[in-house]
Write a protein that binds this ligand. Structure first.
Ligand SMILES: NC(=O)c1ccc[n+]([C@@H]2O[C@H](COP(=O)([O-])OP(=O)(O)OC[C@H]3O[C@@H](n4cnc5c(N)ncnc54)[C@H](O)[C@@H]3O)[C@@H](O)[C@H]2O)c1
Length: 400
């Protein structure tokens, strides 16, 4: 009799194993747990609860009051104050972490070690070395690691990425972003770590080039040693350039980015309810055959296009992407390497902030400002020629 029961269990285990994919997940439905149901985590709960091909099984938070709120809304979920208990549950395929950034590394490490596909809110970790360790661990355990770089899933950002890929705006030259508001003031991180990850991830995604150095300037007004406002710039290996202004001490609520291309210019204003993107058919063109400065640069002022962009909640798209990547074994857009790059830029920016805004390269060494160095060497290589405008007056200089 005992032999028969054991054989039946063996058969069930084998059947379960055979029904699972390479990545250890049953083919149809992903069982998900969420840890952290605070300001942001509750949005993850809402989206995973309604996502296709997903069963939200567990919600975990140290705060029992928050758990009770979730249980009231979603009576079918199990709750726990202890992540270890969740990780021991063999039914759970994937864990989404939305706790404060200081806890991300340990939690993600334990989740991956327990064989769970792991989603971590931004920033992936507080140190690049920790992000690298998570990437290696996930690779070894054949686990999908995803970072919550929300804006990469924003339909407007996807639209702009397509514009760039299709050559519509020409070569992207530079871009700048503004992420400003009064609040939310944090005490465990500065405005750079709290707000800039979104901008950094979008800048890297849209440019698709290698960032080489970061310069950041900020000020602490409300708390000691925690910057409320930061102005930062990122230089890229191919000459592209980006600037980020983030602040939680500002009278305006602004979520805006401007991308200047060699043919057209685009803005994305996330505070606009519907007309989020504007494409300006404006540019400045250089005529190398010109005899006068007036002819040398011609400005074009064309039409402004406001395209219709599909209205979809970026977080719903992000959650669906995590689920699909696991169930269909597809590559993750905002994967561990994406998370690492953002953390490297955050770390370099932090170093610059604390060292009189000195440019910091992404190898971790302070460097000479690349643009200044380039200009210096260009001046050595070229002669500078003054030209006369049509009116015969000295109007400018250009390099030959
Ligand atoms: N993608 C976005 O747009 C966005 C927006 C806001 C915040 N975030 C990110 O989400 C994360 C959480 O931010 P928040 O504003 O929701 O913070 P929060 O403080 O409101 O919530 C964090 C929650 O985690 C819980 N928690 C902490 N340690 C825990 C532990 N060991 N076990 C169980 N629960 C624990 C806390 O009790 C709290 O409820 C951060 O990484 C933040 O950067 C992302």
């Amino acid at each position: 009799m005992v032999g028969k029961v054991e054989a039946a269990f063996c058969f069930l285990r084998l059947q379960r194993f055979l029904l699972k994919g390479d990545n250890g997940v049953s083919k149809d439905i992903l069982n998900v747990a969420i840890v952290g149901t605070g300001y942001w985590g509750k949005n993850l709960v809402r989206n995973f609860a309604k996502a296709r091909r997903c069963s939200l099984k567990y919600v975990c938070d140290q705060n029992e009051k928050l758990l009770a709120v979730q249980k009231e809304t979603f009576p079918f979920i199990a709750t726990s104050t202890n992540l270890e208990e969740v990780l021991r549950d063999s039914e759970i395929d994937a864990v989404a972490i939305a706790t404060d950034a200081t806890t991300h590394f340990e939690m993600a490490k334990n989740s991956i070690m327990a064989g769970k596909h792991t989603y971590v809110e931004k920033p992936l970790t507080l140190k690049a070395s920790e992000a690298k360790a998570l990437i290696d661990l996930a690779k070894r355990k054949r686990i999908k690691l995803m970072v919550g770089h929300l804006l990469e899933y924003h339909p407007a950002v996807t639209y702009i990425k397509d514009l760039i890929e299709n050559g519509e705006i020409g070569k992207p030259l530079y871009m700048y972003t503004q992420r400003l508001n009064l609040g939310i003031v944090r005490q465990d991180e500065n405005t750079w770590w709290s707000l800039a990850p979104h901008d950094i991830s979008v800048i890297c995604y849209l440019f698709g080039s290698e960032p080489v150095s970061v310069t950041a300037r900020g000020q602490c007004y409300l708390q000691t040693d925690i910057e409320d406002v930061v102005f930062a710039t990122i230089d890229f290996a191919d000459g592209k350039f980006a600037s980020i202004h983030c602040s939680w001490l500002d009278p305006h609520k602004i979520r805006k980015m401007t991308i200047v291309g060699s043919k057209k210019m685009v803005t994305f204003d996330d505070m606009e309810p519907t007309e989020k993107i504007r494409m300006y058919d404006k540019t400045a063109e250089i005529n190398h055959e010109a005899n006068t400065f007036a002819e040398f640069i011609s400005l074009r002022f064309g039409n402004i296009l406001i395209p219709e962009v599909k209205s979809e909640e970026p977080l719903a798209k992000e959650c669906a992407h995590f689920i699909d990547c696991i169930l269909d074994d597809k590559p993750v857009l905002s994967d561990g390497n994406d998370g690492l790059r953002v953390v490297q830029i955050l770390e370099a920016g932090q170093k610059s902030l604390k060292n009189n805004s000195i440019p910091v390269n992404l190898g971790g060494f302070e460097c000479l400002n690349r643009r200044k160095r380039d200009i210096l060497s260009m001046n050595q290589r070229t002669s500078i020629k003054t030209v006369k405008s049509a009116a015969g007056q000295k109007s400018g200089i250009f390099h030959t």
